[in-house]
Write a protein that binds this ligand. Sequence first.
Ligand code: GLC
Ligand code: GLC
Length: 648
Amino acid sequence: MATTPTSARPAVPPWRAPDDQTGRIHAAVQAGCGRHADWPAFDARLRRHVATLRNELAWLYGSRDDFEAVVVRLVQTAFEAWCGRPAVLKALDEQRERDPQWFQSQRMLGGVCYVDLFAGDFRGIEAQIPYFQELGLTYLHLMPPYLCPEPHNDGGYAVSSYRATKPALGTIEDLRHLAEKLREAGISLVLDFVFNHTSDEHEWAVAARAGDPVCRDYYHIYPDRQQPDAFERTLREIFPDEHPGAFSQLDDGRWVWTTFHSYQWDLNYSNPEVFRAMAGEMLFIANLGVEFLRMDAVAFVWKRLGTPCESLPEAHHLLRAYNALARIAAPALLFKSEAIVHPDEVVSYISPAECQVSYNPLQMALLWNTLATREVNLLQLALEERHHLPEGTAWVNYVRSHDDIGWTFADEDAARFGIDGFDHRQFLNRFYVDRFPGSFARGVPFQDNPATGDCRISGTCAALCGLEQGDPHAVARILLLHGVVLSSGGIPLIYLGDEIGQGNDAGYADDPARAGDSRWVHRPMRDPRRHAERLDPSTAAGRIHAGLRHLIALRRHLPAFAGGRLLPFWSRHPAVLGYRRPAPQGDDARGGVLVLANFSERPASVLPEVLSAQPATMVDLIGQTAFDLRAGLTLAPYQMVWLVASGA
Ligand code: GLC
Ligand code: GLC
């Protein structure tokens, strides 16, 4: 592999790194690829980002003798991917580069579903495009559709090939076609990049198991328990129901790192060949027409002895290196972080150089917390202190996902209100699995770990809001949660089925492939009867659907709901959440939208003095009612208002 520039090359421009290495890397790649018709556009971006790429990789692999060659090979892989990138996507690249803030629009709205459970296969999803448009979606996350083991595959998160799909869903070409149809309909396709692990049926894993030394180094495989024991001293257990610790034993007695299930083998990123191979897979997926990659399990990708092996600095360098590659070879591609960890760590992944968007697990968990306690304190504090994100990034706010609800709030935040984090989580678990008298929720425990007292919650939004047992406030709760998600900034994400109040699917317990994983309780199949009911206002499905569509339609026309700026508004009522979304032009109390939301089943009054800085008369856009704020404002149970100055 040529790693030195030929003397005939023109002088390297000023982007060249001081130590000359970036220049040499660039020159080496150019020597092999420079005559290709696709080179100039690639080269322009390479020049902009190669130093970042090199610098990030230097943190990971810089001490290796072959470091320079490693980076050169990687860039060559990226160039090959660029050559295979369809022209429409290259056009999209330019469009997105011209308008990098496009995803901050208040028209952005996400939906997520499983292909098979929602519509059978890729064609079925295509046939649902009118439905997605009716709802207003501009972003569709399809749960991993890649080839995976059967029947156990963690809902697709055990990937056997990133370049093939589950046969029952259709072919990779069908998926490419679907991406195109969605794009034509104004909907960005979102897929996962499950890059922490592969399935044990991936060809690398198969070869590693058979003794291939090259592929063995793709994973963390140990001959005995010595290293695993040493690591486990500082690891947390993720799926203790499935196997204790973080390792699984192979038939030949060796141990392989498996953070999640024993059939999900963690990749060994200390091997740069793993990074290069996975970068190739990432760009392949990008070239299908994917616009957001959901970076799965980001916190776990780097391991170091004596640490929890979560959120290590190297995990960030790795993401930044992936991001630099995307900027070079698939610039329309953005990353969404899936870090369901302490709030301080969640935000550490969010930046234009790392993940541009991120799940907001804190808001999600605290929405449920607030419903249970009828006290907005923790949520209000989170909006005040943990909502703000760097320029050029956005939250993906959601009510629930395909995963469990874990109580990821910061204990130190809770302590400020005299709340003990551990005890409070115990209460929340009891509340949501209906072991608490008077609870409206019908959830199911997930990974109940008596040894640590840890437990998480499964259940659909409707089930957790009390719709199943006919609680009179259930519909209002569902709309309230979604109302916060729709109005607090960033990209709101709806778990499809929640918009019609689908309930739990207890049947999962009869399916041996699913019985051991209660998350399946909240992944029901699309219910055509309920879908038909969505147009019937006399049904719960109809009321939820109409209520949501109303909020979505209002939001689309409110420029104040673009971006993420939010000013907390302390209502001084324990059950009333408040925040202002300033008008794009400024912070004037007259502009923008004041959001107030009552999280209890009793009326709640906000006192006149609390509202005295607001205009005297404001109109609630949701209920189309004018309020004289000088008299204070009383919210009905679970009522939310989006107030604007009258005449605004
Ligand atoms: C992510 C997915 C989850 C899966 C895990 C392992 O956290 O959301 O469903 O079990 O990764 O891939
Ligand atoms: C753990 C992981 C998270 C994953 C979840 C799956 O909480 O931290 O990434 O989504 O397990 O249930």
